[in-house]
Design a binder for this molecule. Sequence first.
Ligand SMILES: NC(=O)c1ccc[n+]([C@@H]2O[C@H](COP(=O)([O-])OP(=O)(O)OC[C@H]3O[C@@H](n4cnc5c(N)ncnc54)[C@H](O)[C@@H]3O)[C@@H](O)[C@H]2O)c1
Length: 353
Amino acid sequence: MNPFLTIRQASATYPVFVGRELLDRVGALVRTRGRVFVITSEQLRVRFGERVAKSFAAADIITIAEGEAHKSLSTANDVVTALLERGAKRDSLAVVVGGGMIGDTAGFAASIFLRGIDLVHVPTTLLAQVDSSIGGKLAVNHEKGKNLIGSFYPPRAVISDTSVLSTLPRREFLSGIFEALKGGVIGDVALFELLEHGGEIDVDDVVRRAIRVKAEIVSADEKESDVRRLLNYGHTIAHGIEAALHYEGLTHGEAVAWGMIGANAIAVRRGILAPSISARINDAIRAWQPSPLPPLDAREILAATEHDKKNTGTQRVMVLPREIGVCDVVSDVAEDEIAFGIAAALADGRPAA
Ligand SMILES: NC(=O)c1ccc[n+]([C@@H]2O[C@H](COP(=O)([O-])OP(=O)(O)OC[C@H]3O[C@@H](n4cnc5c(N)ncnc54)[C@H](O)[C@@H]3O)[C@@H](O)[C@H]2O)c1
């Protein structure tokens, strides 16, 4: 089977396979001479992890706990301990099967075990397929904030089996849809149009197109600077909302949905985005019905955006759309503009009376 595409980053080149029923073919797609360790969760072990393990001549399975609270150094250390206890060596292969939480945590463990062993991502959520498995970023949370500990560690391969998405809970599916919609606004009008009206979609087409947008961006710029910042469209206000909510009540994709609406309002106010195009993007977001925003204090959201990793010094950096498929990284966004965007997101995200 040929890869869907090959990602060429400064530090590595790796294939991305996309298709149906690929879980049983992982062993055929990634050849290795060392031992294989499939790392997944108890919840995903029977349905997905064991199928992946059986695709190799022999493989051990290691499970970790699900949930953002377990995306920690402590869980990564548990993975390292399990690898040591089971005799993993420098030539061993870690095959990480799960959503972004498992991918980030077990992937990070693989990146530090014996200074790094080969890693293959088998993402099982829409968000992980279109976003977190692509680009080589891995992170776990610290008690002082999300994703504060991590590494840039490109995998040997990414294998996305789109048939596994049929069992995803609706809200988890939507979380990925909003990231894919973001990809459309950043760089692919056809992807945007596929998602514009909600309803039935060709998921395989969406996954492929969204992967292509992200792959092109991370190939142009591996680390977090310049071009890669485009991926943060909607994320400045989303991070503020998530922090103000203590990461509860909304999925990441839903927070990004409201964040995109806020960013659009700022872009319109600056005169770089036509109101009609902003309305078209906002309508597309609403077509997927993100959960309404819980009552939130705008000042708390604003304060949380100040800690955003994208801000360099006192400058506020935001990604603002100009057209569907074209966004700019703008580095001189004033605090009152962000407050304006937050107010727009809050007004739009208020539950219907
Ligand atoms: N590294 C990056 O570049 C990057 C980018 C974006 C997000 N992330 C991270 O990704 C994480 C979020 O990932 P996520 O949205 O995939 O959520 P998740 O990994 O928390 O998974 C959500 C839930 O879906 C379940 N699940 C997974 N696959 C399933 C399937 N096929 N069928 C049924 N249930 C399934 C999981 O068991 C879990 O309960 C966050 O920690 C975020 O920080 C990382």
